[in-house]
Design a protein around this ligand. Structure first.
Ligand SMILES: Nc1ncnc2c1ncn2[C@@H]1O[C@H](COP(=O)(O)OP(=O)(O)OP(=O)(O)O)[C@@H](O)[C@H]1O
Ligand SMILES: [Mg+2]
Length: 312
Protein backbone atom coordinates (compact mmCIF):
# COMPACT_ATOMS: atom_id res chain seq x y z
CA UNK A 1 0.00 0.00 0.00
CA UNK A 2 1.26 3.48 -0.83
CA UNK A 3 0.37 5.01 2.51
CA UNK A 4 1.82 8.48 2.01
CA UNK A 5 -0.61 11.35 2.24
CA UNK A 6 0.11 12.20 -1.43
CA UNK A 7 -0.63 8.59 -2.34
CA UNK A 8 -3.91 8.85 -0.46
CA UNK A 9 -4.91 12.11 -2.09
CA UNK A 10 -3.92 10.73 -5.51
CA UNK A 11 -6.94 8.39 -5.48
CA UNK A 12 -10.21 9.13 -7.19
CA UNK A 13 -12.40 8.16 -4.25
CA UNK A 14 -11.53 8.60 -0.63
CA UNK A 15 -13.96 7.12 1.90
CA UNK A 16 -13.76 8.62 5.37
CA UNK A 17 -15.24 6.11 7.80
CA UNK A 18 -15.33 5.51 11.56
CA UNK A 19 -17.46 5.43 14.67
CA UNK A 20 -20.05 8.17 15.19
CA UNK A 21 -18.64 11.39 16.65
CA UNK A 22 -14.92 10.60 16.24
CA UNK A 23 -14.32 13.46 13.80
CA UNK A 24 -15.07 11.93 10.38
CA UNK A 25 -16.52 15.17 9.04
CA UNK A 26 -13.67 17.29 10.42
CA UNK A 27 -11.07 14.94 8.94
CA UNK A 28 -12.93 14.69 5.61
CA UNK A 29 -12.92 18.49 5.31
CA UNK A 30 -9.23 18.67 6.29
CA UNK A 31 -8.35 16.00 3.68
CA UNK A 32 -10.39 17.79 1.02
CA UNK A 33 -8.69 21.10 1.84
CA UNK A 34 -5.29 19.49 1.79
CA UNK A 35 -5.96 17.90 -1.62
CA UNK A 36 -7.33 21.09 -3.15
CA UNK A 37 -4.32 23.01 -1.85
CA UNK A 38 -2.11 20.45 -3.59
CA UNK A 39 -3.81 21.37 -6.88
CA UNK A 40 -6.49 18.69 -7.10
CA UNK A 41 -10.06 19.46 -8.09
CA UNK A 42 -12.03 18.03 -5.21
CA UNK A 43 -15.65 17.25 -4.43
CA UNK A 44 -16.47 16.78 -0.76
CA UNK A 45 -19.65 14.72 -0.45
CA UNK A 46 -21.50 14.19 2.80
CA UNK A 47 -24.12 11.50 3.33
CA UNK A 48 -27.34 13.11 4.43
CA UNK A 49 -25.83 14.69 7.53
CA UNK A 50 -28.13 16.89 9.56
CA UNK A 51 -25.26 19.24 10.40
CA UNK A 52 -23.92 21.46 7.68
CA UNK A 53 -20.40 21.56 6.34
CA UNK A 54 -20.77 25.30 6.05
CA UNK A 55 -19.24 26.13 9.43
CA UNK A 56 -16.13 24.07 8.65
CA UNK A 57 -15.66 25.38 5.13
CA UNK A 58 -16.39 29.04 5.81
CA UNK A 59 -18.15 31.13 3.20
CA UNK A 60 -21.68 32.40 2.99
CA UNK A 61 -23.49 29.64 1.17
CA UNK A 62 -25.11 26.77 3.04
CA UNK A 63 -24.11 23.37 1.65
CA UNK A 64 -27.23 21.50 0.58
CA UNK A 65 -28.19 18.69 -1.78
CA UNK A 66 -26.94 20.45 -4.92
CA UNK A 67 -23.21 20.81 -5.51
CA UNK A 68 -21.89 24.15 -4.21
CA UNK A 69 -18.64 25.61 -5.50
CA UNK A 70 -16.52 26.67 -2.51
CA UNK A 71 -13.54 27.89 -4.48
CA UNK A 72 -11.74 27.24 -7.74
CA UNK A 73 -10.78 23.69 -6.78
CA UNK A 74 -13.20 22.68 -4.04
CA UNK A 75 -16.92 21.91 -4.25
CA UNK A 76 -19.18 20.33 -1.66
CA UNK A 77 -22.55 18.63 -1.45
CA UNK A 78 -24.67 17.25 1.38
CA UNK A 79 -26.46 14.41 -0.39
CA UNK A 80 -30.05 13.66 0.46
CA UNK A 81 -31.39 10.25 -0.60
CA UNK A 82 -34.55 11.77 -2.09
CA UNK A 83 -32.69 14.28 -4.26
CA UNK A 84 -30.07 11.72 -5.19
CA UNK A 85 -32.76 9.26 -6.28
CA UNK A 86 -34.40 11.93 -8.38
CA UNK A 87 -31.12 12.85 -10.08
CA UNK A 88 -30.37 9.20 -10.68
CA UNK A 89 -33.83 8.48 -12.02
CA UNK A 90 -33.58 11.43 -14.40
CA UNK A 91 -30.13 10.31 -15.47
CA UNK A 92 -31.36 6.76 -16.14
CA UNK A 93 -34.61 7.72 -17.80
CA UNK A 94 -33.11 10.74 -19.53
CA UNK A 95 -36.15 12.88 -19.27
CA UNK A 96 -37.66 14.44 -16.16
CA UNK A 97 -41.41 13.91 -16.98
CA UNK A 98 -40.74 10.19 -17.53
CA UNK A 99 -38.90 10.13 -14.24
CA UNK A 100 -41.88 11.69 -12.51
CA UNK A 101 -44.32 9.27 -14.08
CA UNK A 102 -42.08 6.34 -13.19
CA UNK A 103 -40.80 7.18 -9.73
CA UNK A 104 -43.17 9.70 -8.29
CA UNK A 105 -46.38 7.74 -8.20
CA UNK A 106 -47.78 6.12 -5.10
CA UNK A 107 -47.23 2.40 -5.84
CA UNK A 108 -43.69 3.05 -7.05
CA UNK A 109 -42.93 5.17 -4.03
CA UNK A 110 -44.08 2.50 -1.62
CA UNK A 111 -42.11 -0.11 -3.58
CA UNK A 112 -39.01 2.05 -3.36
CA UNK A 113 -39.56 2.69 0.33
CA UNK A 114 -39.40 -1.07 0.88
CA UNK A 115 -36.27 -1.55 -1.26
CA UNK A 116 -33.60 -2.40 1.29
CA UNK A 117 -30.58 -0.15 1.05
CA UNK A 118 -32.03 2.12 -1.61
CA UNK A 119 -31.02 5.25 0.29
CA UNK A 120 -27.50 3.95 0.61
CA UNK A 121 -27.34 3.06 -3.04
CA UNK A 122 -28.61 6.42 -4.25
CA UNK A 123 -26.01 8.25 -2.16
CA UNK A 124 -23.10 5.92 -2.90
CA UNK A 125 -24.23 5.79 -6.52
CA UNK A 126 -24.23 9.57 -6.67
CA UNK A 127 -20.72 9.74 -5.20
CA UNK A 128 -19.58 7.11 -7.72
CA UNK A 129 -21.26 9.00 -10.55
CA UNK A 130 -19.38 12.18 -9.60
CA UNK A 131 -16.10 10.25 -9.91
CA UNK A 132 -17.03 9.58 -13.55
CA UNK A 133 -18.30 13.06 -14.39
CA UNK A 134 -16.52 14.61 -17.36
CA UNK A 135 -16.16 18.29 -18.19
CA UNK A 136 -14.18 19.83 -21.05
CA UNK A 137 -12.85 16.43 -22.03
CA UNK A 138 -11.44 15.46 -18.62
CA UNK A 139 -12.71 14.30 -15.25
CA UNK A 140 -14.52 17.09 -13.51
CA UNK A 141 -13.07 16.05 -10.12
CA UNK A 142 -9.67 14.49 -9.51
CA UNK A 143 -10.85 13.34 -6.12
CA UNK A 144 -14.21 12.72 -4.44
CA UNK A 145 -13.99 12.66 -0.63
CA UNK A 146 -16.98 10.83 0.82
CA UNK A 147 -17.80 11.62 4.44
CA UNK A 148 -19.47 8.26 5.05
CA UNK A 149 -22.11 7.45 7.67
CA UNK A 150 -21.01 5.91 11.01
CA UNK A 151 -19.38 2.44 10.98
CA UNK A 152 -22.21 -0.11 10.71
CA UNK A 153 -24.15 2.08 8.28
CA UNK A 154 -21.05 2.64 6.18
CA UNK A 155 -20.43 -1.09 5.89
CA UNK A 156 -24.08 -1.66 4.94
CA UNK A 157 -23.74 1.09 2.34
CA UNK A 158 -20.50 -0.26 0.90
CA UNK A 159 -22.00 -3.76 0.57
CA UNK A 160 -24.81 -2.51 -1.66
CA UNK A 161 -23.15 -2.38 -5.10
CA UNK A 162 -22.28 -6.06 -5.02
CA UNK A 163 -25.72 -6.93 -3.63
CA UNK A 164 -27.51 -4.91 -6.34
CA UNK A 165 -25.37 -6.40 -9.08
CA UNK A 166 -26.08 -9.95 -7.94
CA UNK A 167 -29.80 -9.36 -7.22
CA UNK A 168 -30.50 -7.94 -10.69
CA UNK A 169 -27.72 -9.02 -12.99
CA UNK A 170 -29.15 -7.19 -16.03
CA UNK A 171 -29.99 -3.59 -16.83
CA UNK A 172 -28.58 -0.15 -16.17
CA UNK A 173 -28.78 -0.43 -12.38
CA UNK A 174 -26.61 -3.56 -12.40
CA UNK A 175 -24.19 -1.99 -14.86
CA UNK A 176 -23.66 1.01 -12.57
CA UNK A 177 -23.48 -1.15 -9.47
CA UNK A 178 -20.76 -3.29 -11.06
CA UNK A 179 -18.77 -0.21 -12.07
CA UNK A 180 -19.13 1.20 -8.54
CA UNK A 181 -18.01 -2.14 -7.11
CA UNK A 182 -14.96 -2.15 -9.41
CA UNK A 183 -14.07 1.34 -8.23
CA UNK A 184 -14.56 0.49 -4.54
CA UNK A 185 -12.26 -2.52 -4.73
CA UNK A 186 -9.53 -0.96 -6.87
CA UNK A 187 -6.51 0.04 -4.73
CA UNK A 188 -5.28 2.37 -7.48
CA UNK A 189 -8.45 4.46 -7.35
CA UNK A 190 -9.97 3.99 -3.91
CA UNK A 191 -8.92 4.14 -0.27
CA UNK A 192 -10.98 4.01 2.89
CA UNK A 193 -9.43 5.89 5.73
CA UNK A 194 -10.70 5.03 9.20
CA UNK A 195 -10.88 7.84 11.75
CA UNK A 196 -10.74 6.97 15.44
CA UNK A 197 -10.20 8.56 18.81
CA UNK A 198 -7.41 7.04 20.94
CA UNK A 199 -10.02 5.63 23.31
CA UNK A 200 -11.30 2.17 24.20
CA UNK A 201 -14.68 2.03 22.40
CA UNK A 202 -13.70 3.78 19.15
CA UNK A 203 -10.55 1.61 19.00
CA UNK A 204 -12.63 -1.56 19.37
CA UNK A 205 -14.94 -0.36 16.62
CA UNK A 206 -11.91 0.42 14.44
CA UNK A 207 -10.70 -3.18 14.67
CA UNK A 208 -14.15 -4.46 13.62
CA UNK A 209 -14.54 -1.88 10.85
CA UNK A 210 -11.12 -2.69 9.37
CA UNK A 211 -12.08 -6.39 9.34
CA UNK A 212 -15.39 -5.67 7.63
CA UNK A 213 -13.76 -3.44 5.01
CA UNK A 214 -11.03 -5.99 4.33
CA UNK A 215 -13.74 -8.63 3.90
CA UNK A 216 -15.41 -6.37 1.33
CA UNK A 217 -11.97 -6.00 -0.36
CA UNK A 218 -12.07 -2.23 0.06
CA UNK A 219 -8.47 -0.95 0.16
CA UNK A 220 -7.53 0.68 3.46
CA UNK A 221 -5.59 3.92 3.68
CA UNK A 222 -3.83 5.10 6.85
CA UNK A 223 -5.71 5.22 10.14
CA UNK A 224 -6.33 8.76 11.36
CA UNK A 225 -6.05 8.94 15.15
CA UNK A 226 -7.90 12.14 15.92
CA UNK A 227 -7.80 14.33 19.03
CA UNK A 228 -4.60 12.94 20.60
CA UNK A 229 -4.12 14.38 24.12
CA UNK A 230 -0.93 16.49 24.30
CA UNK A 231 2.38 14.68 24.80
CA UNK A 232 3.81 17.35 27.13
CA UNK A 233 1.76 15.99 30.02
CA UNK A 234 3.88 12.81 30.14
CA UNK A 235 7.29 14.40 29.68
CA UNK A 236 9.73 13.32 32.45
CA UNK A 237 10.05 16.88 33.89
CA UNK A 238 6.28 17.15 34.32
CA UNK A 239 6.07 13.66 35.86
CA UNK A 240 8.75 14.66 38.40
CA UNK A 241 6.81 17.79 39.40
CA UNK A 242 3.59 15.77 39.76
CA UNK A 243 5.35 13.15 41.91
CA UNK A 244 6.95 15.79 44.15
CA UNK A 245 3.67 17.70 44.52
CA UNK A 246 1.86 14.54 45.62
CA UNK A 247 3.77 14.71 48.96
CA UNK A 248 3.82 18.48 49.39
CA UNK A 249 1.32 20.98 50.68
CA UNK A 250 0.44 23.11 47.64
CA UNK A 251 -1.86 26.12 47.47
CA UNK A 252 -5.39 25.36 46.26
CA UNK A 253 -5.09 27.14 42.89
CA UNK A 254 -1.90 25.27 42.03
CA UNK A 255 -3.43 22.00 43.22
CA UNK A 256 -6.18 22.48 40.59
CA UNK A 257 -3.63 22.91 37.79
CA UNK A 258 -1.67 19.89 38.98
CA UNK A 259 -4.79 17.75 39.13
CA UNK A 260 -5.70 18.82 35.58
CA UNK A 261 -2.20 17.95 34.37
CA UNK A 262 -2.38 14.55 36.09
CA UNK A 263 -5.67 13.81 34.27
CA UNK A 264 -4.13 14.81 30.92
CA UNK A 265 -1.10 12.62 31.65
CA UNK A 266 -3.35 9.65 32.42
CA UNK A 267 -5.34 10.25 29.20
CA UNK A 268 -2.15 10.47 27.18
CA UNK A 269 -0.82 7.22 28.67
CA UNK A 270 -4.12 5.47 27.87
CA UNK A 271 -3.98 6.89 24.33
CA UNK A 272 -0.43 5.59 23.85
CA UNK A 273 -1.41 2.13 25.07
CA UNK A 274 -4.38 2.10 22.67
CA UNK A 275 -2.12 3.21 19.81
CA UNK A 276 0.16 0.25 20.53
CA UNK A 277 -2.81 -2.12 20.39
CA UNK A 278 -3.99 -0.55 17.13
CA UNK A 279 -0.49 -0.95 15.70
CA UNK A 280 -0.92 -4.73 15.86
CA UNK A 281 -4.60 -4.81 14.84
CA UNK A 282 -5.61 -3.41 12.33
CA UNK A 283 -1.89 -2.69 11.90
CA UNK A 284 -2.25 0.29 9.55
CA UNK A 285 0.12 3.24 9.18
CA UNK A 286 -1.25 6.10 11.24
CA UNK A 287 -1.73 9.84 11.05
CA UNK A 288 -2.09 11.61 14.41
CA UNK A 289 -4.08 14.78 14.86
CA UNK A 290 -4.01 16.71 18.15
CA UNK A 291 -7.00 17.49 20.31
CA UNK A 292 -7.55 21.18 19.68
CA UNK A 293 -8.53 23.24 22.70
CA UNK A 294 -11.38 25.02 20.95
CA UNK A 295 -14.85 23.54 21.53
CA UNK A 296 -16.36 24.33 18.15
CA UNK A 297 -14.03 24.02 15.19
CA UNK A 298 -14.16 26.38 12.22
CA UNK A 299 -12.29 26.91 8.93
CA UNK A 300 -9.09 28.08 10.62
CA UNK A 301 -8.82 24.98 12.79
CA UNK A 302 -9.55 22.79 9.76
CA UNK A 303 -6.73 24.51 7.83
CA UNK A 304 -4.44 23.87 10.76
CA UNK A 305 -5.40 20.18 10.86
CA UNK A 306 -5.00 19.94 7.05
CA UNK A 307 -1.41 21.15 7.47
CA UNK A 308 -0.74 18.48 10.12
CA UNK A 309 -1.95 15.57 8.00
CA UNK A 310 1.24 13.60 7.68
CA UNK A 311 1.73 9.91 8.09
CA UNK A 312 4.09 8.68 10.79
N1 LIG B 1 -9.02 17.27 16.66
C1 LIG B 1 -10.07 17.78 17.30
N2 LIG B 1 -9.90 18.57 18.40
C2 LIG B 1 -10.96 19.08 19.07
N3 LIG B 1 -12.25 18.87 18.71
C3 LIG B 1 -12.48 18.09 17.62
C4 LIG B 1 -11.41 17.52 16.88
N4 LIG B 1 -11.96 16.80 15.85
C5 LIG B 1 -13.30 16.93 15.96
N5 LIG B 1 -13.62 17.70 17.01
C6 LIG B 1 -14.98 18.06 17.47
O1 LIG B 1 -15.63 16.84 17.79
C7 LIG B 1 -17.00 16.89 17.40
C8 LIG B 1 -17.29 15.74 16.44
O2 LIG B 1 -16.57 15.96 15.22
P1 LIG B 1 -17.21 15.62 13.81
O3 LIG B 1 -18.54 16.25 13.64
O4 LIG B 1 -16.17 15.88 12.77
O5 LIG B 1 -17.39 14.04 14.02
P2 LIG B 1 -18.21 13.00 13.12
O6 LIG B 1 -17.50 11.69 13.28
O7 LIG B 1 -18.38 13.53 11.75
O8 LIG B 1 -19.59 12.97 13.91
P3 LIG B 1 -21.00 12.38 13.40
O9 LIG B 1 -20.96 10.91 13.69
O10 LIG B 1 -21.99 13.12 14.25
O11 LIG B 1 -21.12 12.69 11.92
C9 LIG B 1 -17.22 18.26 16.78
O12 LIG B 1 -17.71 19.12 17.77
C10 LIG B 1 -15.81 18.69 16.37
O13 LIG B 1 -15.69 20.09 16.34
MG1 LIG C 1 -20.10 13.86 10.58
Amino acid sequence: MDSSIDGLLGKRLLLVVGKGGVGRTTVAVALARRASRAGKRVLLAQTNAPESLTSLLGGETGIGPTVTVIDERLSAVNMSPKMALREYGVLLLKYEPIYRAFFENKPMRSFLAAFPGLDYWTMLGKAWWHTTEVQDGRHKYDLVVLDAPASGHAVAMLRIPEAVASAMPKGPLARDALLAHDLLTDPKRTAATIVTLPEELPARETVKLARDLRELRIPLGPLVVNAMPPGEAVEPGVAKVLAAAAHAAVPANLAGVLAGTAILAARRRDAERILEELASDPGLPTIHLPRLPKGRLGPEEVEHLAGLLEER
